[in-house]
Design a protein around this ligand. Structure first.
Ligand SMILES: Nc1ncnc2c1ncn2[C@@H]1O[C@H](COP(=O)(O)OP(=O)(O)OP(=O)(O)O)[C@@H](O)[C@H]1O
Ligand SMILES: O=c1ccn([C@@H]2O[C@H](COP(=O)(O)O)[C@@H](O)[C@H]2O)c(=O)[nH]1
Ligand SMILES: [Mg+2]
Length: 246
């Protein structure tokens, strides 16, 4: 009850952005500019949002940002910059799956077949890889890049990890730009060919957008205009992350 009332008190508008790569964000409890925080309220907030454990208060739950956007929208590129400037651990679901393929496991063979087709790997497999990576990293702020891909992914994450993200960053990019970027990526990915790209775009529209809509309805989505250079886009990203309290 207290926490709910406090949450309502803490809602603030994010700063506005006039840059080309602007962001539009919804209200949520982490949008606090330190300069705007009344001290007492800030202290109360920390008291109520910290997850003190048996170690005397050091075991806080990590701040989780899901990073979504179409194939080639620049999620990986921007996550690298966020990790370096804001100290986040960067967990890319696609990279975890490709790592499993490279391990030569039986599961890896199944994953490879699915990725070649641009389809979605069974939720239990991906969530288990993410859960283990989160446990290993023990970071207090985590970017989960390219996940959840569908509602079932989302529900499985929330069930197994027992958390919702604190924020969802959505990179909004036109299809023709995404296709151009993917065809020029040149990293030898089995899914960077026009046939698979078309399938990935369809899966994105039909299964991933509903996840963005779900989190939008929960006030958690910050949409970033993902056109322009990577540095221009990062200016909008930097403004967003600078406004967060984590
Ligand atoms: N703003 C940009 N302008 C032009 N090229 C870009 C931009 N951002 C990233 N790229 C390039 O586009 C390609 C795709 O970018 P990136 O890998 O970051 O996208 P992604 O969203 O992670 O894609 P995927 O979903 O396939 O993993 C890369 O070759 C990257 O260098
Ligand atoms: O949560 C996920 C993430 C990825 N996949 C599969 O991997 C490829 C590549 O993912 P990228 O994020 O583009 O690196 C994707 O097309 C899916 O086939 C997945 O199933 N679940
Ligand atoms: Mg990527």
């Amino acid at each position: 009850m207290w926490r709910r009332r406090l949450g309502a008190l803490l809602l603030r508008s994010p700063p506005s952005s006039s840059s080309a790569a602007a962001s539009s964000c919804q209200h949520h409890r982490h949008h606090l500019l330190p300069s705007e925080e009344p001290l007492a309220l800030n202290r109360l907030a920390r008291l109520f949002t910290s997850q003190a454990g048996s170690d005397g208060g050091n075991s806080q739950k990590p701040f989780i940002a899901f990073v979504l956007g179409g194939p080639g929208s620049g999620k990986g590129t921007q996550c690298t910059k966020i990790a370096s400037d804001f100290g986040f651990a960067h967990l890319s679901a696609g990279d975890l799956l490709r790592h499993e393929i490279a391990s030569g496991s039986e599961k890896g063979e199944l994953i490879l077949d699915i990725i070649k087709e641009g389809r979605i790997v069974p939720s239990e497999i991906t969530v288990e890889l993410i859960r283990k990576a989160m446990e290993t990293s023990s970071a207090n702020k985590v970017l989960i890049d390219g996940f959840p891909r569908c509602e079932e992914n989302r529900i499985t994450f929330e069930r197994i990890v027992g958390r919702e993200p604190d924020i969802v960053v959505f990179f909004d990019c036109p299809e023709d730009e995404m296709v151009k970027r993917l065809l020029g990526r040149n990293q030898g990915r089995v899914d960077d060919n026009i046939e698979t790209i078309k399938k990935r775009l369809k899966v994105f529209e039909s299964l991933n957008i509903p996840v963005v809509d779900y989190y939008s309805s929960r006030g958690k989505v910050c949409k970033i205009n993902a056109t322009g250079t990577a540095d221009e886009i990062f200016e909008a990203v930097r403004k967003l992350f600078s406004s967060l309290r984590f």
